[in-house]
Design a binder for this molecule. Structure first.
Ligand code: PSU
Ligand code: MN
Length: 335
């Protein structure tokens, strides 16, 4: 049957990958290869649904112990909805796709002692045998490498406010321009410049879809005032979009923006004043580069008395629910 043929093809692709990574990776006696968890590799070889998850949100995006609790709950939601979770991180220099509970605990307790690992940082963390928590750009790289087309997170990086002069533009956006993985998020935080982020994504040729809305969401709130050109209303719509992108070999990523459920959104005014204050503090204390996003996230949380963290946790869980359904729809479509 056609489904048996497609399973066989999946298996073949999978074996090729393992083979290629073993061959190509031997340099100076060290084996530079990606460690794929058993259940993840099995699901991939059988063409079953897998959802990739990032780890900077654990180490730098949330405080302990909420980070660990959330990471475990997100994995549980993915499973309850028919997919296998694959959290990505670099542990002792080895890139891992799919972590055990002990490994999640290790990352959560390391917190900011883990290295925030964007795409540019991968070689250094691997070469120095370090512990790296992967951002959206690095997670996309590994998801694509092992053949996971769906990836769930909270929010992605973007063009920072005043990015037109500082040139602080997250490599998440360029990675979306060159890696065919669908990233499911709640939009972009208003610590960033949302209209410029959308302009930059267009330049990078990225399809930006909004889920059950025509407007791009702003992470803590449903609306940003910016419209998108693509609307999706069901997991099946998302799966067809992802499949079209793969079949057409466009090579670019897809951003699927799911608005925060209304009952969990934090009042726009409270957030905006906290963001203004945090941005001013960042400027006064000269906090720039890859330290800026973690600083702003932590300060906005403190200034809103934990309200922003509660919203953040709720929206990540909602994204995990949608992402798992998208991954299962996609697996069905490809049978
Ligand atoms: N936005 C959030 N939470 C996060 C991040 C962004 O609401 O944890 C993390 C993600 O890992 C994202 C990274 O990929 O920050 C972007 O960092 P930068 O702005 O330095 O590129
Ligand atoms: Mn940056």
């Amino acid at each position: 049957s056609s489904s048996a043929v497609s399973r066989l093809n999946n298996l073949r692709r999978h074996l090729d990958l393992e083979h290629a990574s073993n061959e190509a990776a031997r340099v100076n006696g060290a084996i530079y290869k990606v460690k794929v968890a058993g259940e993840v590799s099995e699901a991939l070889s059988l063409g079953r649904a897998v959802v990739a998850l990032e780890s900077t949100i654990i180490s730098h995006g949330m405080p302990y112990p909420q980070n660990l609790e959330t990471a475990k709950q997100v994995e549980a939601i993915v499973r309850e909805n028919g997919a296998i979770p694959a959290t990505v991180a670099i542990l002792d220099g080895t890139p891992c796709v799919g972590l055990s509970v002990e490994e999640l605990e290790r990352l959560a307790t390391l917190g900011k002692k883990a290295q925030k690992t964007a795409r540019r940082d991968i070689a250094y963390v691997v070469a120095s045998g370090g512990n790296g928590a992967t951002t959206v750009s690095a997670t996309m790289f590994f998801a694509s490498k092992v053949g996971i087309p769906v990836f769930v997170t909270g929010g992605i990086g973007g063009v920072h406010r005043h990015g037109e002069s500082t040139m602080d533009i997250s490599s998440d956006l360029t990675e979306l321009g060159k890696t065919p993985v669908a990233v499911i998020c709640a939009g972009v935080k208003s610590i960033l410049d949302i209209p410029r982020t959308l302009e930059y994504l267009e330049t990078q040729r990225v399809c930006v879809a909004a889920y059950k809305t025509n407007e791009f969401p702003a992470f803590f709130t449903e609306s940003s005032g910016s419209k998108v050109s693509c609307r999706v209303d069901t997991p099946e719509d998302c799966a067809r979009l992802i499949e079209a992108n793969i079949k057409m070999k466009l090579g670019t990523g897809i951003l699927i923006a799911v608005p925060i459920p209304r009952e969990h959104s934090t009042s726009g005014h409270a957030i905006e004043s906290a963001i203004q204050k945090a941005l001013k503090e960042a400027r006064e204390n000269n906090i720039t580069g890859n330290a800026e996003t973690p600083f702003l996230l932590a300060r906005v949380n403190e200034l809103t008395g934990g309200a922003s963290l509660a919203s953040n946790i709720a929206l990540v869980k909602n994204n995990a629910l949608v992402g798992a359904k998208v991954a299962t729809s996609l697996a069905q479509l490809r049978e």
